[in-house]
Design a protein around this ligand. Structure first.
Ligand SMILES: *[C@@H]1O[C@H](CO)[C@@H](O)[C@H](O)[C@H]1NC(C)=O
Length: 383
């Protein structure tokens, strides 16, 4: 029954609030919303309650749907925290994204969650709270995205055997990060770090500690002290397919070339990397069949021809950022667009003063689903 599958598919995109409303539409919708087949879906739910009644609906529904993946943002709760703790403790979560503002209930929420594999924390956290994570036997992925709250240095080195780590927060001591990486040497495939506080030699050590034959994703944010040596080390990571080295400057093109030589990437952020020349980009273009995302913003040395080649060769491309590439003209768009741009959702030419709106408009008319951004940073609209 095609119709049924369609309805189920749509329902998986709804928030609990929407589901609560939809449930009241008719018997048929009520039936769909309360049946088993949506139990295993991911539910993205931001909890903002205006009334106790609403919360009670959620409580009932949360149990019934056996949610495994929960996003929990505390925003002006008017309900008793024990109700929340009770509700969530009934679930067997595999993934939790959490942001608490006022309520101090992190430890109570984690008590029963021994199946957690992935945890994303969007709030300041103390060492005492952090220690609870060591008691989660299946934890393999951790994302910390917070500003430092206290003077306490977060002891991240307590954790071991993680598969993915993302530390986008200030003030984690470099020794802690190093130790954490060493603890996860055999398992770690994905790492994201904010590195603004680390100097060149510290970064070199971090890179040295990573497993060259294992790392697939490496995103380094706000690091200001790249060198040829660091890039050379990265070029030896043979599984690397997602890379962000924002602002890697004063790098020789030969090192950049080596970094991409004969490798298939899915995501590349080369924002403000002055070693990215046509020779390097050509190398990327030759091997970009898997490429989904590329950011070449503020690179002044790349030509229309190379960009065009990438747009032509990467059939999987979803997002392209060319902000501030002032030298580019409309010639960077391939002449023959047959079969291209099937997955493209974003094409950003902000601050590219040679990109002419009329031509972008034509492109937009041909590909209505692409968000095209013009020189002024505005989205080109079909009139
Ligand atoms: C790409 O680079 C630009 C320019 O620095 C930046 O503003 C933008 O956030 C980047 N895009 C993504 C998705 O990372």
């Amino acid at each position: 029954m095609e119709n049924k599958n369609m309805i189920l598919l749509i329902l998986t995109y709804l928030e609990l609030d929407d589901l609560a409303r939809c449930e009241l539409v008719c018997h048929r919708w009520h039936y769909f919303i309360n049946q088993d087949s949506i139990q295993t879906r991911k539910i993205f739910s931001k909890f903002t309650y205006n009334s106790l009644q609403q919360f009670k609906w959620h409580t009932k529904k949360i149990q019934q749907l056996q949610i495994k993946d929960l996003i929990f943002y505390e925003e002006e709760f008017k309900v008793d925290k024990n109700d929340i703790i009770f509700t969530i403790s009934q679930l067997v979560l595999e993934s939790l994204t959490i942001k608490l503002n006022q309520l101090n209930i992190f430890d109570q929420l984690l008590i029963n969650q021994k199946q957690l594999r992935k945890l994303e924390i969007l709030m300041p956290i103390t060492n005492k709270e952090f220690q609870l994570l060591t008691q989660l036997p299946h934890l393999e992925e951790i994302h910390l995205r917070v500003q430092k709250k206290t003077d306490e240095n977060l002891k991240v080195s307590q954790l071991r055997n993680l598969r993915a780590i993302s530390l986008q927060l200030q003030g984690i001591q470099y020794q802690e990060v190093l130790q954490l990486i060493q603890n996860c040497y055999k398992t770690l495939t994905e790492l994201e770090i904010d590195a603004d506080e680390y100097n060149h030699d510290q970064m070199l050590q971090i890179v040295d500690c990573l497993n060259k034959d294992k790392i697939q994703k490496l995103y380094i944010y706000y690091f200001n002290d790249y060198s040829n040596e660091i890039i050379l080390k990265l070029s030896q990571f043979n599984k690397l397919n997602k890379l962000s080295i924002f602002k890697a400057q004063d790098i020789d093109q030969d090192y950049m070339y080596q970094l991409f030589y004969n490798k298939q990437f899915q995501e590349i952020n080369l924002n403000q990397c002055d070693g990215i020349t046509n020779k390097v980009l050509y190398q990327i273009a030759q091997n970009c069949q898997q490429l989904k995302y590329i950011n070449l913003s503020w690179n002044f040395h790349i030509s229309d021809q190379c960009v065009s080649l990438i747009l032509e060769n990467s059939k999987q491309l979803e997002e392209v950022y060319l902000i501030g590439c002032k030298q580019l003209t409309f010639d960077c768009i391939p002449q023959n667009l047959n079969g291209l741009f099937q997955k493209l959702r974003m094409l950003n030419f902000e601050s590219c003063n040679n990109m002419n709106d009329d031509k972008l408009m034509k492109l937009k008319n041909q590909f209505k689903y692409i968000k095209i951004i013009n020189y002024y940073g505005d989205e080109i609209d079909k009139f």
